[in-house]
Design a protein around this ligand. Structure first.
Ligand SMILES: [Zn+2]
Length: 273
């Protein structure tokens, strides 16, 4: 069965993305976790035929019923996943009623963030089914942004950060969310993230890290790279004593119009009203 599991193609995306997370120094030690939702017809029949014991979830995720998740194991390192994803990534099936999961193969000790991943994946199925990838990691310059009191306001954070490089707001027109401190791995953090992810593709967790979502793991990583680059520019300017005012509103709007992102930009932070 292990040989069959190794042929599951998304495992190579986990390996590739985790190699970058480790290389960039974002997922130090056992930090960070990832998940990808897949459908039954994307898996070899031998795997979907397996029946395992049900483990109750601390929340109900009815929209995820019958779906499969690939998710990082507890205590696994990105640098290890890069070379042996089949050992550190587990395949799970959510029961049809969405109240429990069944381990199928691979790592059988899911990350403590599994309820958070389930809550967010459930929201994806509900409101934007093309999204199926989640990355949580610890990019240092983005975490540093959450130490700045004025950036507790996500609009100020987004307008400052995404105006520092001319393509950043084009890639992330809806801006960046920012959640107050929650205990790492807590259900509260998962539920708040699932609510915020209706509006944003990137959320900062106060003095903890970042959560990015995408249609693929690489799409989620792309957006993280863009905002971490913007934060690198922010801290470079700050260190040099140069103002961080960034692009003018006229230049920003010209770019948004050219790329057809005007509505998503203008509605950012009005979307919750
Ligand atoms: Zn973390």
């Amino acid at each position: 069965m292990r040989e069959i599991y190794e042929t599951v193609s998304p495992l190579s995306a986990f390996a590739e993305v985790c190699e970058w997370l480790a290389f960039k120094g974002w997922s130090e030690a056992e930090g960070g976790n990832l998940s990808l939702r897949i459908e039954e017809d994307e898996l070899p029949e031998e795997l979907t035929a397996s029946v395992a014991e049900e483990v109750d979830l601390p929340l109900e995720v009815p929209e995820l019923g019958g779906k499969y998740l690939l998710i990082t194991g507890s205590g696994t390192r990105s640098r290890d996943i890069a070379t042996d994803a089949a050992t550190d990534i587990g395949l799970y099936r959510i029961t049809n009623d969405g109240t429990a999961y069944q381990w199928i193969i691979g790592n059988n000790r899911p990350t403590s963030e599994m309820p958070s991943h389930c809550a967010i994946q459930c929201e994806f199925v509900r409101s934007r089914p093309e999204y199926r990838a989640i990355i949580h990691t610890h990019p240092p310059r983005l975490i540093s942004m959450t130490h700045v009191p004025e950036f507790k306001d996500p609009k100020i954070l987004s307008d400052t950060l995404l105006g520092l490089q001319s393509e950043a707001r084009i890639i992330v027109p809806e801006g960046i969310g920012h959640l107050p401190f929650c205990v790492p791995g807590s259900l509260e953090l998962g539920v708040l993230s699932a609510e915020e992810i209706k509006y944003r593709n990137i959320i900062l967790w106060h003095m903890h890290g970042a959560l990015a979502v995408g249609t693929s793991l690489n799409h989620a990583l792309d957006q993280l790279e863009v905002v971490e680059k913007a934060s690198e520019i922010y801290w470079t300017l700050k260190s040099a004593g140069i103002p961080t005012d960034g692009m003018s509103e006229d230049d920003l709007m010209t770019s948004m119009e050219y790329f057809g992102r005007t509505d998503r930009y203008k509605n950012a932070f009005k979307d919750k009203e």
